[in-house]
Design a protein around this ligand. Structure first.
Ligand code: SF4
Ligand code: F3S
Length: 352
């Protein structure tokens, strides 16, 4: 089954050429490629061989696996996930004990240098016995399995940055994949959990181009993490006008005003929630009335209360934080003035 082409596999599951083209168009837009690339992506996907993927779950809550397997209907993105040869994933696989470990070793031998290693969960360094699989510590299993991998996809904020297990006081000494593996390309797909379409989008990009996507300074694919939630938030016009909800049930909240003063971390959080959204594009936290808690960023759990407005002291000195904090502190007056000034400036600069 591993030698089957992705195109043949998808056809056997009832996906038409038109369906694949539709996915190609969506993938082109996620990757910020021109729409003309849709055909090329569909053709490349059709001809791609099913890559072997070994998935190691470490200190995690299984939310990342739930995220990708719980789509209600068989979307093309979920089929792309199925189209990989998932040779080891101890939460999903039927095999157990030695049979499961044999499957991992066999997949490694047969695909040495070519398989993708997916990891969710952080790795405890405090004591090897804190988290083991088949009697092997997480750190040893990661090091052993990473040796023959072409690349590693760190799925979720725990694998990417240490996440909740690494939150203060970090009782297990939890670290991220990138803290241990230095000689392999690592793609960080952060989020608690990550958006399923983003996970499959990264896999589809690897299948299509056979290359590591363009990454940001934190190792995240720019195609999905290139902009903040705030950059694309539909409540942004309220922020610009200085209209902030003060409580979750006041008039402003009912009118859909900006959630900055209720603790929204959208201005410093890079993720695709505001565009790709969740549950098949239905909604995302801010649309459901709750601020972004910054779940795709390192140390989000330790940077102050979820309901405290952004503070420069806790979230760094990034320009956006300062600007956002200033706007919030001035309860809209400053940002309203700023917005008016920007508008006037834009009008002055307009070609006559
Ligand atoms: Fe949207 Fe939050 Fe930015 Fe307000 S602060 S515009 S709710 S992302
Ligand atoms: Fe996480 Fe914020 Fe999206 S909390 S799910 S990055 S809106």
């Amino acid at each position: 089954m591993r030698d089957v082409l992705v195109g043949d596999y998808l056809r056997s599951r009832g996906v038409t050429r038109r369906g694949l083209l539709k996915f190609g168009a969506a993938a082109a837009s996620w990757m910020a490629l021109p729409p003309t690339m849709a055909q090329e992506i569909a053709a490349a996907l059709e001809k791609a061989r099913r890559p072997s993927v070994i998935w190691l779950p470490f200190q995690e809550c299984t939310g990342c696996t739930e995220s990708i397997t719980r789509s209600e209907s068989a979307t093309l993105e979920s089929l792309i996930f199925e189209a990989i040869s998932l040779d080891y994933q101890h939460t999903l696989q039927a095999a157990a004990g030695e049979a499961a470990e044999d499957a991992r070793r066999r997949a490694m031998e047969e695909n040495w240098g070519k398989y993708l290693l997916a990891v969710d969960g952080s790795i405890p360094l405090g004591n090897p016995g804190y988290s083991t699989i088949a009697g092997v510590s997480n750190v040893d299993l990661l090091r052993e399995t990473a040796k023959g991998a072409a690349a590693i996809v760190a799925i979720g904020t725990c694998a990417a940055f240490g996440g909740i297990p690494g939150a203060s006081p970090n009782p297990t000494g939890a670290v991220a994949v990138r803290d241990l593996i230095k000689d392999k390309p690592i793609i960080n797909v952060s989020g608690c959990p990550p958006i399923p379409v983003v996970i499959t989008g990264v896999l589809a990009q690897y299948l299509t181009f056979g290359a590591i996507p363009d990454l940001d300074a934190l190792g995240r694919p720019r195609a999905f993490y290139g902009q903040t939630i705030h950059d694309r938030c539909y409540r942004r016009p309220f922020y610009e006008r200085g209209q902030f909800a003060e409580t979750f049930d006041d008039e402003g909240a009912r009118k859909g005003w900006c959630l900055f003063k209720l603790g929204c971390k959208g201005p410093i959080t890079y993720n695709a929630c505001a565009t790709v959204k969740w549950n098949g594009g239905t909604s995302f936290p801010i649309e459901a009335g709750h601020g972004c808690i910054g779940c795709a960023e390192p140390n989000f759990w330790d940077k102050g209360g979820f309901y405290d407005a952004l503070s420069v002291a806790r979230w760094g000195t990034v320009g956006t934080v300062a600007a956002a904090a200033a706007a919030g502190a001035a309860v809209g007056v400053a940002s309203a003035v700023l917005a008016r000034r920007r508008q006037a400036q834009a009008q002055e600069e307009e070609p006559r």
